[in-house]
Design a protein around this ligand. Structure first.
Ligand code: ZN
Length: 114
């Protein structure tokens, strides 16, 4: 079965909200691009492959990756946050609804260190 569904950040971050909260949308989520300052997730370019990558719409820096959790199930310190079946790997701070998810220093790493 071809998987053409784009996994949107809002769908995954929804799961971080208290039960009964109204659904989140990407335009409520902002990120602190190190080059451009605060940018809305809805202004980012989105590339869907195995993972969903959000890049800054102005400078092209990768800001956020929504991917599957590590296949081996082992924690990968600093790489991101696990929400149910997905890993949220934010290279920059994420803000939505008064919450802040601090950046993951290893968000863009391809292989585990050490
Ligand atoms: Zn930028």
């Amino acid at each position: 079965m071809a998987d053409t569904t784009v996994i949107r950040a809002c769908d995954v971050l929804n799961q971080a909200l208290p039960p009964g909260s109204p659904p989140l949308s990407d335009n409520e989520i902002s990120e602190d691009c190190q080059t451009c300052g605060e940018v809305s997730l809805s202004s980012c370019s989105v590339r869907q492959a195995v993972e969903t990558t959000y890049s800054c719409g102005k400078c092209g820096n990768p800001l956020l990756i929504i991917g599957a959790t590590n296949p081996d199930g082992k924690p990968w310190p600093g790489r991101g946050y696990r929400l149910k079946d997905f890993a949220v790997r934010n290279a920059v701070d994420l803000r939505f609804r008064g919450m802040i998810i601090p950046r993951s220093p290893a968000a863009l790493d391809i292989s585990r260190k050490g």
